[in-house]
Write a protein that binds this ligand. Structure first.
Ligand code: NDP
Ligand code: HSE
Length: 436
């Protein structure tokens, strides 16, 4: 049988990785898909630039629209990134009746509802495994492997760049900026790396995970998002002394008829498996009512791991492209008419435990004032760490771990603590999760 003809939009880290994997594993891929998969056309901004992959036999252009319109192309693989041009290209491919594979989480998180509705109407597939957690087949695991469960909650390290930065800061004492520059060189970071470090990329991915886990529409704007750029070496060290690691987590939880969606740095007990997921690796914990907790681990970014997910999607599409669209796995795991718009819980109402780092003048009674404020608000303290003053400093760092409380109450406590005349700097707050 003739190979399936693919058009590639983008020949960067993931685009070239995809060309490489398709060539390297051509025989295995054809044995699985039932047909060969051949890239016949590709677009890049500068198609004349030397590439780390073998582009022989591929028609190259600087106009992505030419690839989409190419009558020979049956499947369009979008690996450009961003959500403006790519939305136009993907919607056009769908209009032309072509199947789409994309690694673009921003596109799916922001425009997925529209894209999937159009794809459903046109009877084409839009596959996006590579959009979440790089090489880990997490979309397939939740959408298919856990289809018998009511998913209760999930929590994941879903940005490779951020995890790489936190790991190198902790293990090697390297600076934030230095490690970020290395992540960019290695092809892990987004075109705009603030997406990685400010949690936007993780929020895109959490939007997608929550939708396929709970059967809710994609709603990126409702994700509470906090990045890792404020994490200091001090926090990393104090967390370690208390038996915790700081990880940048995306958390989605369904309870009492509402869903919480949040991305923020989180202290996790060192003994949890997920606390030991380091470097560019990602991991997602998913808890279903029937299966209990499950954990998925693998490379979260990089050329080959991401290409692994892109090619798996291609194989899936090739296997079922001739079947009745009504019998395919729904894009967002639930039948489109069964997607339910559950309310998203306000961050003020989320309950969690807290790490608080204060700087206070070293004089009797200061700690009593702080504990009185927390006590009055019924926030109970689990541990206190008071450090020696640094030479010449008039204030000392104090670290507190609290039991679980409502965020609104903690906001009040922090305001009152910061108003004390003995507190010399803003309180640093990091949320703590036991993940049990
Ligand atoms: P790169 O920046 O490495 O590659 C982007 C490619 O798109 C380049 O080849 C670039 O051309 C091309 N391109 C950009 N603008 C245009 C345009 N207007 N017309 C035609 N081609 C264009 O990005 P990545 O490969 O890292 O990422 C691609 C997608 O995959 C993004 O959505 C990203 O979020 C996602 N992703 C990335 C992962 C990673 O580890 N890097 C992991 C998972 C998902 P040129 O090379 O000439 O500049
Ligand atoms: N920039 C992303 C990351 C790429 O570092 O996780 C993978 O989605």
């Amino acid at each position: 049988m003739e190979p399936v003809k693919v058009g590639l939009l983008g020949l960067g880290t993931v685009g070239c990785g995809t060309v490489d994997v398709l060539r390297r594993n051509a025989r295995e891929i054809a044995r699985r898909a039932g047909r060969g998969i051949e890239v016949v056309a590709a677009a890049a901004r500068d198609p004349g630039r030397p590439r780390p992959c073998d582009t022989r036999g591929i028609r190259l252009t600087d106009d992505a629209r030419v690839v989409v319109e190419d009558p020979e192309v049956e499947i369009v693989v979008e690996l450009i990134g961003g959500d403006t041009l790519t939305r136009e290209l993907v919607l056009r491919a769908i209009e032309l009746g072509k199947h789409v594979v994309t690694a673009n989480k921003a596109l799916i998180a922001l425009h997925g509802n529209e894209i999937f509705a159009q794809a459903q109407e046109r009877g084409v597939m839009v596959a996006f495994e590579a959009a979440v957690a790089g090489g880990i087949p997490i979309i397939k695991a939740i959408r298919e492997g856990l289809a018998g469960n009511t998913i209760l909650w999930l929590a994941g390290i879903i940005n490779g760049t951020g995890n790489f930065i936190l790991t190198e800061m902790r293990d090697k004492g390297r600076s934030f900026e230095d490690v970020l520059a290395e992540a960019q060189r290695l092809g892990y970071a987004e075109a705009d790396p603030t997406f990685d470090v400010e949690g936007i990329d993780a929020a895109h991915k959490l939007t997608i995970l929550a939708s396929i886990a709970f059967g809710i529409p994609l709603q990126f704007k409702k994700v509470y998002t906090e990045g890792i750029s404020g994490i200091t070496q001090e926090d990393v060290a104090y967390a370690g002394e208390l038996g915790y690691r700081i990880k940048h987590l995306g958390i989605a939880r369904r309870s009492n008829g509402a869903v919480e969606l949040r991305v923020h740095p989180t202290l996790i007990p060192q003994r949890r498996l997920i606390a030991n997921v380091d470097g560019v690796m990602n991991a997602v914990l998913v808890t279903g009512d029937a299966v209990g907790p499950t954990l998925y681990y693998g490379a979260g970014a990089g050329a080959d791991p991401t290409a692994s997910a892109v090619v798996a999607d291609l194989v899936d599409v090739v296997r079922v492209m001739t079947t009745d669209p009504g019998n395919r796995v729904p894009h967002l795991a639930f039948q489109p008419d069964a997607i339910t718009d559950l309310p998203i819980r306000s961050m003020d109402d989320v309950e969690t435990a807290y790490y608080l780092r204060l700087r206070a003048i070293d004089r009797p009674g200061v700690l009593a004032d702080v504990t009185r404020i927390l006590g009055d608000l019924e926030v109970s303290i689990e541990a206190i760490l008071q450090k020696e003053p640094e030479p010449g400093a008039r204030d000392v760092p104090i670290v507190l771990l609290t039991h679980r409380t409502i965020e609104r109450r903690m906001n009040t406590a922090i305001r009152e603590i910061e108003a004390l005349p003995t507190i010399t700097a803003p309180v640093r707050r990091i949320r703590v999760e036991s993940l049990q």
